[in-house]
Write a protein that binds this ligand. Sequence first.
Ligand code: ADP
Length: 514
Amino acid sequence: PAMTNSLVEETKRIVAQFEYTDDDVNKGVQEFLRQMNEGLRKDGTSLSQIPTYVTGVPNGTEKVIVTLLYTFYSTLTTLQGLYMAVDLGGTNFRVCSVHLNGDTTFDLTYSKVAIPRELMVAKTSKELFGFLAKQIELFLRTHHEEHFEAHVRRRKNSKVAEGFEEENIFQLGFTFSFPVQQFGINKGSLIRWTKGFDIPDAVGKDVCALLQEEIDLLHLPVKVAALVNDTVGTLMARSYTSPGKTGTLIGAIFGTGTNGAYVEKITNLQKSVDGDYDKSTGEMVINTEWGSFDNQLNVLPNTPYDAKLDRDSVNPGIQIFEKRVSGMFLGEIVRLVIVDLYENPKLSLFKDANTSTGDRNARIGDDSGLFKQWGLDSSLMSIAVADSTPNLSNLRKELDSQLQIRSASVEEAQAFKDVSYAVGRRAARLSAVVLAGIVIQSGKLNNSSDEPLDIGADGSLVEHYPKFRDMIQEAFRSIEGIGAEGAERIRIGIARDGSGVGAALIALVAANME
Ligand code: ADP
């Protein structure tokens, strides 16, 4: 029992380090507002605040629809057919085709494949982009074989190698969720990798061209028509489907990584923007790249576990906000805490009480993820927090099957659950900081209407971690400039696979702009 008590005490001590108070939240919001506006004034700041050239969002019902959507509506009535969207998210590569029925409805076909880890750190970008093109080919063969073969037949009979007829070429929206400097609707160069990717030769290159090259090598009838950040796709798709009269303000991702895009007033966008865009709407969608909020650690929390995770990552000092918030990193933070508890000589966590040596492997399997970097998936945190059975039987079963931790005691499982809860809760409250910063910047809570203020969110963390959105709302209530009344008006809706639909919409518009 003495041992057990000290486990409880030690867990409490560590969990306290993950507390992120109301006061911290408010300080965070002020700093986020400062960095947001700095990023709107000049380049090379901590928040990139990237202009996307998308100058309006769809608005479910009335007041049609600035530039982009105006085009969208007029094309919808004249165009029917297949569009494609692919999404390089972080963990998975998704391929989908969207059949436009010509009456604003769509039929979607999806496929999803895990990106092999070795390709994320491949020697050359060709390896990764070649893999992506191969997946597109596989998708076409599986779901559009007839269509695909028609193209092939035509090509074989043709004297010209790439003799596809224009109307038979799939227009593809490429959702590429890494920081990109965009130069046009389907051109943009990679600024830096995030989320564990590291392929140096791709940095500075046009990612659409890299994909198109590999597509052409496979002789596929596919044209990369639009480059889309997943947050912008989410914003577009959510705005189109959300029931409100005013469009959606923010598209936010809480998946492998985290990022958000929002609708900003052009007058606030003071840095120079290359190329032409329509100024008549007075607005432009800005991709914040908030994953790198406060890389200088002015206000973000920094426990020894955060610091170790960062030191051992492929990009130390970068994406500091993302490393405290998103799915790729939360499991690793929990793992580092659990390993710390495990290695504490005063505790017997996951060690065999019957061996005086506390034999390392007595209760943990040889290749348990507990002792490997990235070996603990964030989904296990959700299982832990969701387990409300009195003896945590579900979690104990999962500790066994996922981490080879044999016969965890209720106390040990409880320690794991407490750590998972603390790390997830801090992530939700940090998420509230960036969302609230944008809400306050927009000034949209200042009017007297009771119109809801809509946020579209996507990603496994916000979808599956228990009460993630509730914890964000709870933090909103404590924020100066929002408060209980403001929080009541903010609605966070899940925009499922928004990036696929949004990308297809933008591809459609892009194809029609030519
Ligand atoms: P992506 O961001 O790559 O498009 P997802 O939105 O599915 O894909 O996010 C995947 C990330 O979410 C991974 O880091 C994974 O560990 C984490 N994740 C998956 N399921 C859950 C869950 N149930 N609870 C918390 N995190 C999860």
